[in-house]
Design a protein around this ligand. Structure first.
Ligand SMILES: NC(=O)c1ccc[n+]([C@@H]2O[C@H](COP(=O)([O-])OP(=O)(O)OC[C@H]3O[C@@H](n4cnc5c(N)ncnc54)[C@H](OP(=O)(O)O)[C@@H]3O)[C@@H](O)[C@H]2O)c1
Length: 288
């Protein structure tokens, strides 16, 4: 039986940005890990889910990092996004429920419309304004309706050593250009995937109450100020010009006030995230 310290853990999306860090943290502990990438399982296909997971039906917990994450492309490829982020999550959650395996799943701040002047709490009404958010909201519904026991963490603005993300892109562009225009009216909390991995490790040990939680770094910023901060840490001479989102149109509309209130999570005392500034400092130190 699951004792919280040495558990059998299935990790889907194990080669993605978040998956790699979760595998890395949990492997360094006493858990028995089973990792599956997109070449091993297609979560959008229930037969593939059954077949690929059949060897692990005695596992204690499944962590789902598998997702369709191309936010702009989802506007024109919605069926694919919905098949993975929506129905795919249902396929996995029902399999877990049938085998009495706990599940951890990740959703996004994009389930909200970004019009709330104060940070979002878990019970705020959802109302996605882009197709990716719509597909992730469908995944939340599928997770809840499956009756699986577990945790659904809404996370945001991720960066890590193994993916493409804002810090990587802007740091590269800042080496090529003297100025960069970056939106300053979208607010949230940049979150290092390693922080999520460390938090998940504590979830396995401390087993807090099941439920939906918001998890992000401590504190908030906008993209332009975020860029100014990490470029200053890299002594970059590049100047950041703050612009409104209206001057940087993208296929998928982004929510403006995307701040998530993490106090419900913090009140459990399981794992308190670092400030977004401290996380960026540690991340950049490890990058070099
Ligand atoms: N990145 C962010 O800023 C952000 C923000 C909020 C929430 N999230 C959520 O956080 C979670 C992790 O995101 P991430 O940034 O680590 O994403 P990621 O780097 O894109 O990783 C997702 C992984 O899922 C795999 N995958 C895609 N389709 C699959 C399928 N049908 N069956 C099985 N595996 C499949 C991908 O494999 P291939 O690469 O081989 O396709 C990839 O390894 C996701 O739920 C995402 O929605 C991310």
């Amino acid at each position: 039986m699951y004792n919280g310290f040495m558990s059998q853990v299935i990790i889907l999306g194990a080669k993605g940005m978040l998956g790699i860090d979760i595998v890395s943290v949990l492997s360094s502990e006493a858990h028995q890990i089973h990792t599956l990438g997109s070449q091993d399982i297609d979560i959008s296909n229930p037969i593939s889910v059954d077949t690929a997971l059949s060897a692990y039906s005695k596992a204690d917990i499944l962590i789902n990092c598998a997702a369709y994450t191309k936010v702009d492309q989802a506007e024109t490829e919605f069926d694919r996004a919905q098949a993975i982020n929506g129905f795919g999550v249902g396929n996995v959650a029902r399999w877990c429920k049938a085998h009495q395996i706990e599940m951890i799943h990740f959703s996004t701040d994009y389930v909200f419309n970004g019009l709330k002047p104060t940070p979002y709490i878990e019970t705020d009404p959802t109302c996605p304004i882009n197709r990716y958010g719509e597909s992730k909201l469908k995944g939340e519904t599928e997770f809840l309706e499956s009756g699986v026991q577990g945790y659904l963490f809404r996370v945001q603005w991720l960066y890590g050593h193994n993916g493409s993300h804002f810090i990587k892109t802007i740091s590269r562009l800042a080496k090529e250009r003297p100025t960069l225009s970056i939106v300053a009216d979208q607010w949230g909390s940049p979150t290092w995937t390693m922080e999520i991995a460390r938090m998940i490790s504590q979830v396995l040990i401390q087993k807090p109450p099941y439920g939906i939680y918001h998890f992000a770094s401590d504190g908030y910023t906008c993209w332009a100020d975020f860029a100014k901060y990490f470029l200053s840490l890299q002594n970059s001479p590049c100047d950041i010009i703050s612009i409104p989102s209206s001057q940087y149109p993208t296929p998928a509309t982004r929510p403006l006030q995307s701040r998530m209130d993490i106090s419900q999570w913090r009140s459990l005392g399981v794992y308190s995230p670092l400030t977004w500034q401290k996380s960026v400092q540690l991340f950049l130190k490890e990058e070099h």
